[in-house]
Design a protein around this ligand. Structure first.
Ligand code: PGA
Length: 249
């Protein structure tokens, strides 16, 4: 079984002082845990990455980013390359989050290219997939997720260079979550589809994301094939994020 991963996606939140305080608090708690049994990851916005790296140094908390450009360097104003993130100590990069697919019209092929760039830079991509409410209502959840796995997961990856996050778009930031049976069904489908792409699909961590809170984490984190969480809103409060992480044990 993959080791559990609890990842905080801070999105476009936190000024420097708040981000440092949050990261320090998590670092202190994680460092005091003698056998955490799970990995803890924080993904701050780009301008805070270096400061957060210093705040969590030596604590065991890992650092990630929320996006990157597929290229290595060059004339791409405003973009950030994967090697720059690795250089600051990032181990993970979220790619293909539904907010990027929506706001920046990212398509599966570009997501796959970003994932490859992340791996080339020595880090692990967290590739996000998930259906919209319309697609769920039309009974298309499994086909959409299978299509996104086929298109967004670059070939040649293995469990140590790949994390998947299943995030139903309609569950993100809404307080609504699928039933545990629905989560189990989609995660089983994802694992099966991954076996067409990677040789050790059984070891790939598949996270659930979308309105994970202290009140529902225990239940969600123990659904078969759920290997952790990608947490947005609740990752901005140390107590809530910590409580979610404890629920994964
Ligand atoms: P949420 O966001 O926990 O605020 O729903 C999750 C995500 O988008 O990663």
């Amino acid at each position: 079984m993959p080791r559990k991963l609890i990842a905080g996606n801070w999105k476009m939140n936190c000024l420097k002082a708040e981000g440092i305080a949050l990261a320090r608090e998590l670092g202190v708690r994680y460092a005091q845990d003698s056998d955490p049994e799970y990995d803890l990851l924080v993904c701050p916005p780009f301008p805070l990455i270096d400061a957060v790296a210093q705040a969590i140094a030596g604590s065991g908390v890992m650092l990630g980013a929320q996006d990157c450009h597929p290229g290595e360097k060059g004339a791409h104003t405003g973009d950030v390359a994967a090697p720059m993130l690795a250089d600051l100590g990032c181990t993970h990069v979220i790619v293909g989050h539904s907010e990027r697919r929506q706001d920046h019209k990212e398509l599966d092929l570009e997501v796959a290219e970003k994932a490859k760039a992340v791996v080339r830079a020595g880090m692990t991509p967290i590739i996000c997939i998930g259906e919209t409410e319309e697609q769920r209502d039309a009974g298309e959840t499994l086909t959409v997720c299978a299509r996104q796995i086929a298109g967004s997961v670059a070939d040649g990856l293995s469990s140590d260079t790949l994390v998947i996050a299943y995030e139903p778009v309609w569950a993100i930031g809404t307080g609504r979550t699928p039933t545990t049976a629905d989560v189990a069904e989609v995660h089983a489908l994802i694992r099966a589809e991954l076996s067409r792409k990677v040789t050790d699909a059984e070891n790939v961590a598949i996270l659930y994301g979308g309105s994970v809170k202290p009140g529902n984490a225990e239940e969600l984190m123990h659904v078969p094939n759920v290997d952790g969480a990608l947490v947005g809103g609740a990752s901005l409060a140390a107590d809530d994020f910590w409580s979610i992480a404890q629920s994964s044990r």
